[in-house]
Design a protein around this ligand. Structure first.
Ligand code: GTP
Ligand code: MG
Length: 329
């Protein structure tokens, strides 16, 4: 066993035992997509799969972070451990936004049962959501009952991120114009629960009414889950306990109606596909000896491209250190 392997095993033990310092280090490894991250994930995979993953999305400034903080407080009150992964929409997260999150986070600082972390949504290599998916595995294995993902609902990448969640909350706010932002952003379909935040402002009831109307129009007969619309005021915490009740109800419902298995299958398929693609990308690149040999064989007309590809894929010996997909070897 290499020194790295030994220390990774020790790190996995400390993460399982609830060390936030080790968890933070593990998440940093996962973000850097290092070989050690691949070893850590292999160690810890079997300990994951217990947490309720809750996604929160909605327009910028709709109060998602404030709401997440309130939810975390409420989960604590209920004796549950909660982790938050805030996924920003681009690698250029504004300093102000991070500062804003930090200030609100200090209210929960020092709580051993709460862990809050920001992650860039896209790495330099576009390896975004992989790090987020892997991050969820670490948080899950660390024993958090609930893992909340916060992301701005702006594009497909963010919708992809949020779709790994078991329960998706879509946040709207009153008075941002005639249209409901969730409808404009194409978020109506992905919501398991609609949240109308800033209910202290005028127009909240109108927003609820408009959402109810569009839900009726978009009604999916295949799904029997009746999407609730919950008014909250994250600023004061009003409605947050009810929102947690609805969220728990949804988790129970998907467990009883087979939807949980569907989500797990979809996520497992995504994970395998990504891992396989990363593995192949690492092998099928200029500089990899077998690949370069195949290139020469093609030029010499000794092999046809499909034959060469099939031979390369068949010959692929699985080297787990290639799986992290950095594509640097
Ligand atoms: N009036 C009112 N303001 C709120 C409420 N909840 C949040 N806000 C305010 O809305 C602003 C944005 O809140 P955030 O929690 O940062 O919103 P966000 O959706 O996380 O924003 P981004 O992460 O930048 O997309 C802040 O000034 C909050 O104080 C609420 O219930 N009522
Ligand atoms: Mg936020």
């Amino acid at each position: 066993m290499s020194t790295t392997t030994t220390s990774v095993a020790a790190m996995a033990d400390r993460i399982r035992a609830g060390s936030q310092v080790s968890l933070a280090r593990g998440l940093t490894l996962v973000e850097s997509r290092s070989d050690a991250a691949t070893e850590l994930l292999a160690e810890i995979w079997k300990d994951s799969g217990r947490a309720h993953v809750v996604g929160i999305t909605g327009p910028a400034g709709s109060g998602k972070s404030t709401l997440v903080l309130r939810m975390a407080q409420e989960y604590l009150t209920r004796g549950m451990r909660v982790a938050v992964l805030a996924v920003d929409p681009s690698s250029t997260y504004s300093g102000g936004a991070i500062l804003g999150d930090r200030i609100r986070m200090t209210e929960l600082a020092g709580e051993k049962d709460v862990y809050i972390r920001s992650m860039a949504s896209r790495g330099a290599t576009g390896g975004l959501s992989r790090a987020v998916l892997d991050g969820i595995v670490l948080l899950d294995a660390a024993g958090f009952d609930v893992v909340i993902l916060e992301t701005v609902g702006v594009g497909q990448a963010e919708v992809d991120v949020i779709s790994v969640a078991h329960t998706v909350l879509v946040v709207s706010v009153p008075g941002l114009g005639d249209d409901i932002q969730a409808i404009k952003a194409g978020l109506i379909e992905i919501a398991d629960i609609h949240v109308v935040n800033k209910a202290d402002r005028p127009g909240a009831d109108l927003t609820v009414k408009q959402l109810r109307e569009s839900l009726r129009l978009a009604h999916n007969l295949a799904s029997k889950w009746d999407v609730p619309i919950q008014k909250v005021t994250a600023a004061t915490g009003d409605g947050v306990a009810e929102l947690l009740d609805e969220t728990a109800k949804h988790r129970t419902w998907i467990g009883e109606h087979g939807a949980l298995k569907d989500i797990e299958r979809r996520n497992a398929a995504t994970r395998i596909r990504w891992a396989a693609e990363a593995l192949m990308a690492g092998r099928l690149r200029t500089g990899a000896p077998a690949f370069d040999a195949a290139v020469e064989a093609l030029i010499a007309r000794e092999e046809e491209p499909r034959q060469a590809a099939a031979r390369l894929l068949t010959a692929m010996a699985v080297d787990p250190t290639d799986i992290n997909g950095r594509g640097t070897r």
